[in-house]
Write a protein that binds this ligand. Sequence first.
Ligand SMILES: [Zn+2]
Length: 440
Amino acid sequence: MSTIVIKNTRVMQTMPPFTVTTDVDVVITDDVIRAVGKGAGSSVQADKVIDGKGKTVIPGNVCGHHHYYSGLSRGMMISAGPQNDFIQVLKEWWWRLDRGLDEEACYYSSLICSLDAIKAGTTTCIDHHASPNYIAGSLDTIANGMEKVGVRGTTCYEVTDRNFGMKEVEDGVSENISFAKSSKKRTLVRGMIGGHAPFTIPDEGLRLMGEAMRETGAGLHLHVAEDKYDVVHSHHHYNKDIVDRLDSFGLLTPNSLLVHGLWLNGKEIEKINEHDCFFAHNARSNMNNNVGYCQHIQDVKNLIIGTDGCGGNMFEELKLAFFKHKDETGSWWPGDYLTALSRGNKLVEKYFDGNFGRVEAGYKADLAILDYQNPTPLLEGNAAGHFVWGMSSNCVESVIVNGKLVMENHSFPGLDVAEIYAQAAKVAERVWKKVDKIAP
Ligand SMILES: [Zn+2]
């Protein structure tokens, strides 16, 4: 049994009600928060005491949709053709990168994405993976990187037929099944059943994915209607709205996650809500790909926030999402956005035992310790305003995941971070050379 006590600190909840309590101790035993209160840690025999004076403890942030395979893509120097529409972006960039990924590249992508997330106070990443020339075993490689750094997560393989037809579909499905089953023995990572997007998955693929979901109990993780092309393709080839097509294979379950959904219609949003599915909004990625603004976010029941592979910094992502919403004359306030961000914990609870998302007795010890100096009063009524307008990843000093101090005062005990980055840069160079030779 190990006990950590954070002494005399301030606790701010990021799930409504956004209460702020001061001068309290946070007592953590093993992976669970045992007590939060004034003097709660005074009579506790602690293995580790953290001076929380002047600091603010918040629940760790959740990235509701990530692509760890993008880890080595920053500044990727390859010759690429025009990218005037979304399909060209995929074909010229992402679908070339993913074909260049091998085991070593996936592992280093996972390490650096995990480090990046923890440094930003993100304690869970919901990953969506693709590496068409290295499918079998790829999810274990991603999970090994997550666990090495100590971030919590889920991963899945993006089923698609876009490179090698039905063989590729079957390989993707079997990787999902095998990882969803074997990951139940892991501490920090679980499997979902992934799919790329309806326009690259034939009906037989959706049928196999439905079987995989029923066999493993895991939910779906799928891009839908990110660009209008996906919708048009569904009407052209299947004569169905995307959500109806998914429903016909029994894929809409309460532990499933649909991503983007910009071009879904009102009826489809209602159906997603009726089935209690999660829906991840990725504002920055939508802007980057110029696919439009997701007008339905205020109608989605289980809205969560993702980055779509643009890093794991949810402070940054939430600001971008909020300001884009304002730019689109949206009526939501910071509290609505912070609520959506913290709702990611509800998805986490579908895959891990325990309660997530509050710094409170009985909740899982996934939290971040911030060095945030508030220039104006920080209270329940304006905590979300402070989160959007003031707090940032620069404030993140230490991070605890599953009761383990994975980052202490900006450093990672037991990890040679500089060496990991140096090695990742070498691997990136090797992968870029490979990708440069891959035809779109
Ligand atoms: Zn995505």
